[in-house]
Design a protein around this ligand. Structure first.
Ligand SMILES: NC(=O)C1=CN([C@@H]2O[C@H](COP(=O)(O)OP(=O)(O)OC[C@H]3O[C@@H](n4cnc5c(N)ncnc54)[C@H](O)[C@@H]3O)[C@@H](O)[C@H]2O)C=CC1
Ligand SMILES: O=C(O)[C@@H]1CCC=N1
Length: 264
């Protein structure tokens, strides 16, 4: 596999790290306007850094786009004449519909839309994907790539915005919950390093339990909440203060904003 990442910023470099660590690609082009700032990535075998998107496209088969939405159209215009049948185009761009990509480069290309998150750098991304008509022939390939870097599912394109909130922004939401737990642990007397460790690993344990058992969270909660115990006391107070409600409201606000991004 010869891969190019067009736009090596936060997400692009997270994907690059995941690909490198898992030995998933034979060559990897990383592009960025100011390529010098990521030149040190060339220390990894097979990695080439450049500001020349056209060079990256010519020398790669899998092209992953990770630029901000406002830059994507110009880049597609810039590279469209270089695209051949060997290329599989994977866009991570929020709100940029497949129909808009097709209106710029045409329908006769393998186009995949994907929504990974930054945990892709450690092989733990929850990634949602969808494709155009021709791209259906490459969905299994895209799934294989993202399954190597975490877990992937195929969804209808209409759900891509919602998937962005839950999976991509979701990383930040969970981080904030971990931070709040850390603050609580410090107030209870742990030093900040220990508090952080307790919060992170307990969060990982909760998630791992659900992934392994396939159970509903409430079933696992029932196993922890001793009658008249401290867990139910804490949980009920959190709910009185609006924990579930504020999370749901935040998710819905994020979704409303993403729909604005899609309109621009
Ligand atoms: N950051 C995240 O966790 C996630 C981001 N996304 C989407 O991924 C895209 C990138 O997001 P971020 O990485 O956060 O943004 P970013 O701003 O960190 O990275 C974008 C990179 O593209 C580069 N760039 C701009 N114009 C370019 C050009 N003409 N040629 C080559 N490189 C160019 C910039 O220099 C920058 O390094 C966005 O569309 C975002 O919606 C999707 C899922 C998660
Ligand atoms: O905040 C954003 O708009 C992008 C999309 C999801 C994660 N980062």
């Amino acid at each position: 596999m010869k891969t190019a990442i067009i736009g090596s910023g936060n997400l692009g470099l997270a994907i690059a790290k995941g690909l490198i660590v898992s030995n998933a690609t034979t060559s990897l082009y990383l592009t960025k306007r100011n390529a010098d700032s990521i030149k040190d990535w060339e220390k990894y075998k097979g990695v080439k850094v450049t500001s020349d998107n056209r060079e990256a496209i010519r020398n790669s088969d899998i092209i992953i786009f990770a630029v901000q939405p406002r830059h994507f159209e110009n880049i597609l215009e810039q590279i469209k004449l270089l695209l051949t049948d060997k290329h599989v185009l994977i866009s991570t761009i929020t709100g940029f519909k497949i129909s808009k990509i097709e209106s710029i480069i045409g329908k006769d290309h393998y186009i995949i839309r994907s929504m990974p998150n930054t945990a892709i750098s450690v092989g733990k991304s929850m990634t949602c994907i969808c494709s155009n008509e021709k791209g259906k022939q490459r969905v299994e390939l895209a799934k294989a790539i993202f399954d190597r870097l975490g877990t992937s599912i195929e969804i209808p394109e209409e759900q891509m915005q919602a998937a962005t909130v839950i999976c991509a922004s979701g990383i930040a939401f969970w981080m904030r919950l971990i931070r709040a737990t850390t603050q609580g642990a410090i107030q209870l007397g742990f030093d900040s390093k220990e508090a952080h460790q307790l919060a992170m690993h307990t969060c990982m344990g909760a998630s791992s339990l659900l992934v392994a058992s396939g159970k509903h969270p409430e079933e696992e909660i029932d196993r922890v909440t001793t009658p008249r115990g401290c867990t139910i006391e804490g949980l009920n107070e959190m709910e009185h203060q609006g924990l579930s409600s504020s999370l749901i409201k935040g998710i819905v606000s994020s979704f409303k904003k993403i729909n604005d991004i899609g309109k621009n």
